[in-house]
Design a protein around this ligand. Sequence first.
Ligand SMILES: Nc1ncnc2c1ncn2[C@@H]1O[C@H](COP(=O)(O)OP(=O)(O)OP(=O)(O)O)[C@@H](O)[C@H]1O
Length: 585
Amino acid sequence: MIINSDTKIPIENHFRVAAGPGAGKTHWLVNHINNILQTSNRLAQTRKIACITYTNIAVDTILCRLGTAANQVEVSTIHSFLYRHIVKPYCFFLSTDFELNAEKLDGHDDTIVSYRRTKEWIENHPRVSELKHPFSLNQLINLPNNKKALMNWLGSLNYEFDDSNELKIIGNRNKAIFIDSEGITRLNNKCLEILESNLLGYKKLYWKDGLVDHNDILYFSYELIKKYPFILTILRAKFPYFLVDEFQDTNPIQAKLLNMIAESETMVGVIGDQAQSIYSFQGAKPEQFSSFYLTNLTDYTMIDNRRSTNQIIDVLNNVRKDIQQNKYRNVNNDIPTIIVGERNKAFHKAKELSKNEDIYSLSRENITSNAMKIEIEDTKLEQGLLDHLIDADSNSHRCKAVASFISAVELSKYGKYKEAVKKIEYLFKVKDDPINAKKAALNCLCFLLENHFTYKDMCLMEFYNVLKTNIDNNLAGFRNGRAKTFYETYTYQQLSLCVNIVEDTSKHKTIHKAKGDEFNNVLLVLEEKDLDFLLKPNLMGDEEHRVYYVAISRARERLFINVPTLSDKKVNKLRKIFKIIALND
Ligand SMILES: Nc1ncnc2c1ncn2[C@@H]1O[C@H](COP(=O)(O)OP(=O)(O)OP(=O)(O)O)[C@@H](O)[C@H]1O
């Protein structure tokens, strides 16, 4: 059934709302929550609406739009929701089977791979004696390249359903690899097959210290509900309505949990757009949205685009074949423009063409969005330098400390103080005294920010000297060799550009961080080859095309795309719907 963003639908039915970008899905979701609040007789002080969305920024947007009505709604990301309502209250059930230390459990974090635990795991692996040359026990834990390939593989661990619907821990064998200038090291299948037989043992080494990552939260929630169905009963009693925005990026475990919740009492509603599925690296599959099934589920579709100008919607409709969006605003503005030339010049050109209004730049990679923030040129960019630092410096304490301090300084420059302190507090750990560690970390951060001018344009060795002289004189010194060369070759700034600014609210961000947002004027920064998403669009089959589609659909008034070069052949094809400006002309 076709609806628009003001349509009211029955609240006591499961539903799925599918719509393209700017259709008003989030707007409709807020209306639907208000509709439930006004008409439901199944809510009470302790019974709330659960509203799950993808990022903390999206949580804040919905809370803000709900205003005072937010009291009866629990708006949250899925991981925070499951942690609060399943894992934290019932984690003591996990201590026997999973050896989780419930007392030490304090939230969830990104996946970490610790060498100490990796070594302990392999040394005590039940099949350790089967590990043979070139990946024997000693070769695995002592040869630097093997060690790195192993840790890369362990960083890829995830949970997947097997054929009998049991969740299994799986590592991505393609990640069991380390590449440097001397060649490629790849762990062979025999070695991986042996190690894979006890991945649970590896995970337990973290859990016994209360260390849990985002994927573990989904896994624990599923296992707890399966083993203790009363948890589901309590969840349904607390949340008679369960709504999920951006469902196209949902992990399969989350979809399964929703299926279980929907079996009785709770009404489940999912909202999303298959063509905006851009998180396959976190386990999301675009077809999951259309194949999600619940008994008595009603399907709704929205076909308006309420965000963009007619000219931008023409471009969107040209890329997309399954939905042709209606031009709801019916506003004409500038024709979308491709600016050919250097990125920073393109930004200024876009600003000029937008009569000096704000321009939001969207980039595929972190490093490009960071470079846009300080208008630095491409020649100074080198991807992955923080990882290369770890590879080049065999003193693991020194390189980790330096990398953590760089991340902390950069995060605090963008107001992310909490995340910044988290990056470095481990360096100040005093036994069982987290408050003092935080205080010490904060003091250091203040010092580094105050003295930023002394090292920001210098080589990394200067930054190291600042740390050693003022913060940690136990940092090891250098002998001649690879590490010293690295610290003397690269600058602080080059490494700082590789820091991932979480939940970036600046005007220059990655496309993934702009998901769900909208801006009047957008400049999408691409390479020439990326224009295939306009020339030979394949939204359903190619995630990169979906990523760029998400990017261009963020624009309300003006859309600019920057590429460094553009062939005459492409110019001729793109001229039909774009204006093309070459900066060198
Ligand atoms: N009924 C409405 N009345 C007024 N404004 C609306 C209405 N519906 C949507 N809008 C506006 O249209 C724009 C797009 O809406 P919204 O962000 O909800 O779309 P969406 O479908 O969630 O987009 P996307 O999937 O691209 O993130 C927003 O500026 C929103 O405020």
